[in-house]
Write a protein that binds this ligand. Sequence first.
Ligand code: ZN
Length: 247
Amino acid sequence: MATNIVDINACPNKTISLSIHVVLDTADIAQATPTQIQNTVVVMNQKFSPMCVQFKICNYDTVPESIYFTKTSENYLTEMTTKYNIPNTINIYYSASVSGLWGSLDGSAGLTTSSNDNIRMKNPLFRDFMLINYSDLTMISHEMGHFFGLYDTFDNPSGVKEFANGKNCTSAGDSICDTEADPATFNATIVNCHLTNPTKDGNGDYYTPPVCNQMSFYPFSGCIKYFTPEQFNRMLNVFYTKRKYLW
Ligand SMILES: [Zn+2]
């Protein structure tokens, strides 16, 4: 991943089209309503306004084949996206299964953290594909972070853990320096946006992970999640270098 070559002030002033595809469950019921989804887009637009990018739902449909509700192997995903993707828009599928081929805890979006990224980006069907689990519709903002090249704050794609003091922040962890090192203590207890059971790194320093960052994964509510300036910078970089084809 190229580092920050685009200044946060480089405002694209772009509204990107979203195609929403709600996969019906096995009882033929849509488990997310258009209003619920639109509400999450409104919140996402607030979060993305500092980078001058907004999102607009331009298409909404339901996918009546419940087989896609339960199966997310590559064959099924290829079939579903072939039928329903609208080119040059971000195709967001709402389903129950995110643990398939490219699923993760939270959902799935092209240009994320795994070695599958390059494969995804070469296939337009998957390049513009996003999967959101019905169980948490607000994950759209987090997945959009992945879509524009952000790693989870706890990820370490280089295989090197970031020290709590951040001295290796450019090459370790999420390779973003204004997100604190995150040891991925998912069983953490958080009160008032602070860990009550912090852990130490190899230097003996306590981690103070960014528990309210949009790309962190701490299970609690009551905190407004945010992106940092460097995260915006990377997303702008990815927008200009890899995502400019989007309508
Ligand atoms: Zn994630």
